[in-house]
Design a binder for this molecule. Structure first.
Ligand code: NAD
Length: 483
């Protein structure tokens, strides 16, 4: 069993001040595979102090040097590819092919911000065109400072990459707190920091839970910004703590995203995209398209195509190449999802597929891929984020109704539109209030395009130039022009 009872502070693995230990569970075998320290506020103080000491040097090192470090990060992750895919799969329960996609997304993100960091040097001091004669204005970008990064358990290497890469590119120094549920893959980031010679204190990694590390980190008086991905409940607490000190937050929170299937669609093709939008990662995706709005003319054909595909899914050991869907990542999440399934039974929801149609493996935190149709708009299953392999369908009579219902949610993270007419799909997409809209494709996540939500799905954007901007302060230097 792996023992991870240390914290990474100032480029050293040090004993935690905390005495509590947290078990790390393999969700397929339901057994403990490691133990992490439950760090506490003293660890946070030490890590923040190290990051503060490192800040001037890292800021002064310049974008080119930081870009080289990020490229080295990407290379080092690629060199550990096999090991990290295996570890993510074991710790999270995601199947190998999905763990590989995650790792490749993370590597692409480090490479993208390596280039962005290098470009930053050229952008420093660019002239701003002003109407006032005899006056010049120049624009500079300074790092926000010491930042706290808090990540969830569903895509550990990806969510940390989306924060760490732009933060380091910007010249910020970092205290990273992985989820206590899946801390194992992110430990590699600290090992890589040592391997590539990242200066001491630039990246600090603290193991522990929300109470021990997350809360003291987000409340720390010497943190300049917190970037948080996780639940709305905790995101609101992080924001309240930031408000006490008037520091910035980026929040990537929950979702209840729609997928719209129009009447001019081939139901077989549409079914593939619907499946990928909800059963990938056993539905534990913030952007899961968990509300299916299907035109009544193709509804029966689509449900038949989905039923066939669900029946063909192989549930089992995530480390087996044959497996399509692994267990949920932890017992608590399975309990939450099962609570919704019990509610569906009470409400008498119309089942297309559920556990009665599926042989669950003998162990592991599995939930059967579940599909309900004609779900009332008042049902909690229609309105609330379930974060599991549960799809709710509702038929619509026309495009306007589909758009209206798609936007009728407190969330606005993502959406997908499927139509035989790409112009129409794109036009419908423009009507939807969400940060990422896909049409006639699966959920593509590209480092160049922004990620983040409208409404209660969050504040700010990750990825693309917006991700970098969220770790930069904009500064203008204004005075008489020299010519
Ligand atoms: P969570 O909110 O329980 O935990 C997220 C992180 O916050 C963990 O590291 C946890 O230890 C820490 N934390 C817990 N209490 C804290 C506190 N009081 N102060 C500070 N930190 C604290 O979320 P989760 O269960 O790990 O993840 C699932 C949620 O994440 C879902 O709601 C999902 O939609 C969301 N999510 C959103 C995105 C996105 O991009 N919008 C991506 C992934 C996950």
């Amino acid at each position: 069993m792996q023992q991870l009872i240390r914290q990474f502070i100032d480029n050293r693995w040090v004993e935690s001040a905390g005495q509590r230990r947290l078990p790390v569970i393999d969700p397929y075998h339901q057994r403990q595979i490691a133990e992490v320290t439950a760090g506490d506020a003293a660890d946070v103080d030490a890590a923040v102090a190290a990051a503060r000491r490192a800040l001037p040097g890292w800021q002064a090192s310049g974008g080119a040097r930081r870009g080289d470090a990020l490229a080295a990060f990407a290379d080092a992750l690629a060199a550990r590819r096999g090991e990290l895919i295996h570890l993510s799969s074991t710790n999270n329960g995601k199947v190998l092919a999905e763990a590989a996609i995650d790792l490749d997304d993370a590597i692409a993100c480090y490479r993208y911000y390596a280039d962005q960091a290098r470009d930053l040097d050229e952008r420093q001091g660019s002239a701003v065109s002003v109407a006032m004669s005899g006056i010049e204005a120049r624009c500079y970008h300074d790092p926000v400072g010491v930042v706290g990064l808090i990540t969830p358990w569903n895509f550990p290497l990806v969510t940390s990459a989306w924060k760490l890469a732009p933060a380091l590119a910007a010249g910020c120094t970092v205290v990273l707190k992985p989820s206590e549920v899946t801390p194992l893959p992110e430990q590699a980031l600290a090992e890589i920091a040592l391997e590539i010679g990242l200066p001491s204190g630039v990246l600090n990694l603290l193991n522990g839970d929300g109470e021990g590390i997350g809360a003291p980190l987000s409340q720390h008086p010497d943190i300049d910004k917190v970037s948080f991905t996780g639940s709305n409940r905790v995101g609101e607490a992080v924001m309240a703590a930031a408000a006490e000190r008037t520091v910035g937050v980026s929040l990537e929170l929950g979702g209840k995203s729609p997928i719209l299937v129009m009447e001019d669609t081939d139901p077989e093709q549409a079914a593939d995209w619907v499946m990928a939008g909800i059963y990938f990662n056993a539905g534990q995706i913030c952007s899961a398209t968990s509300r299916l709005l299907v035109h009544e003319a193709v509804a029966d054909a689509l449900y038949a195509a989905l039923g066939k595909r669900i029946d063909a899914l192989v549930l089992g050991n995530p480390l087996s190449e044959q497996t399509d869907m692994g267990p949920l990542a932890n017992a608590r999440q399975r309990e939450t999802v099962n609570g919704y399934l019990a509610l569906a039974e009470q409400e008498g929801l119309r089942v297309v597929r559920d556990a009665r149609h599926c042989q669950l493996p003998p162990h592991g935190y599995f939930v059967a891929p579940t599909l309900y149709r004609d779900v009332p708009l008042t049902s909690r299953l229609w309105k609330e984020e379930i974060f599991g392999p549960v799809l709710c369908g509702h038929s619509v009579a026309n495009e306007q109704e589909a758009i209206l219902l798609a936007n009728d949610s407190e969330f606005g993270l993502a959406a997908t539109v499927i139509s035989g007419d790409s112009d129409r799909a794109r036009r419908i997409g423009r009507e939807l209030r969400a940060g990422s809209i896909w049409f006639n494709t699966e959920q593509l996540v590209l480092p160049e395009t922004g990620w983040g939500g409208f409404k209660r799905s969050g504040i700010g954007r990750e990825l693309g130039p917006w991700g970098l901007a969220s770790y930069l302060e904009v500064k203008h230097v204004i005075g008489p022009s020299l010519d």
